[in-house]
Design a protein around this ligand. Structure first.
Ligand SMILES: [Ca+2]
Ligand SMILES: [Ca+2]
Ligand SMILES: [Ca+2]
Length: 258
């Protein structure tokens, strides 16, 4: 009787372990990471600067993580700290974030804005994620159509470039988004920092293409990239399932061999 109980316990334990393993593998196999580089100097039609950099920092690109169901899970940016010069390093240390813009179908109309403007320091902070209907802007700085944007204005900034959306043009609050990994006053030369937005249960569905834009408050370097959402691969899932079944069989054989 006692033996039976022990066997039963073992069986239950293996089932539980197998379940945890498959949930883990399932999730990992489904999520896809897309890498991107920094190819743009300005947003299209906002040609306010002729180079990628206006001092510090240097955005190098980043990664977008897309869930199995096609939702945006997280967005990371690779940010290179000043390479030399104590003045540049001090400027870098004091930099704060701009708003994050997301165009879920790459049709040049922003669909979401994360109000992260002025974020600085290392702590993870939750910010509002808002629905918006905001055209990218075709007429350039100063025109009525583009007056909805907050622009970088100081003379040593990328003057006239969007860094945020005025709050009166925000739509409904969709949820909160965490921004973590921002550098602080102890930032060092030549380190690549990776501030990351995580979207949690906010369901930002992505079309086959989507566009993201991000910068710092001075718009010294601007990220504006259109990414392609990977198509789910049934072949991968089939292989994974076959592998799991195979593993189960292997375990059985091991037991028999004992
Ligand atoms: Ca750059
Ligand atoms: Ca759109
Ligand atoms: Ca750039």
């Amino acid at each position: 009787m006692e033996r039976k109980l022990i066997k039963m316990k073992r069986l239950l334990k293996s089932i539980a372990l197998a379940f945890i393993a498959s949930v883990f593998i399932w999730g990992t196999a489904h999520a896809v990471t897309i890498s991107f580089t920094d190819n743009h100097y300005n947003w299209p039609n906002w040609n306010v600067h002729t180079g990628d950099l206006n001092g510090t920092p240097d955005f190098l690109g980043g990664t977008a993580e897309v869930s199995a169901a096609g939702y945006l899970a997280s967005l990371s940016f690779n940010v290179q700290a000043a390479r030399s010069g104590s003045a540049y390093l001090n400027l870098f240390r004091g930099l704060s974030a701009a708003d994050l813009f997301i165009d879920q179908n790459a049709d040049d109309v922003w669909d979401y804005v994360v109000k992260s403007l002025y974020h600085s320091g290392k702590a993870s902070v939750n910010y509002g994620l808002y629905n918006v209907i905001q055209p990218l802007g075709e007429d350039g700085p100063g025109t009525v159509k583009d007056a909805n944007y907050l622009l970088a204005t100081a003379s040593n900034f990328r003057t006239g470039h969007p860094v945020g959306l005025k709050s009166e043009y925000l739509g409904l609050l969709k949820g909160t988004t965490e921004l973590s990994g921002w550098w602080g006053s102890d930032a060092q030369y030549d380190v690549i920092y990776t501030p990351t937005f995580t979207f949690g249960e906010n369901h930002i569905f992505l079309s086959d293409k989507f566009t993201v834009a991000f910068s710092v408050i001075c718009a010294n370097d601007v990220v504006y990239e259109t990414l392609e959402t990977p198509v789910p691969e049934p072949a991968t899932m089939l292989l994974l399932s076959m592998g799991l079944v195979g593993l189960a069989g292997f375990r059985k054989n091991l037991r028999r061999g004992k």
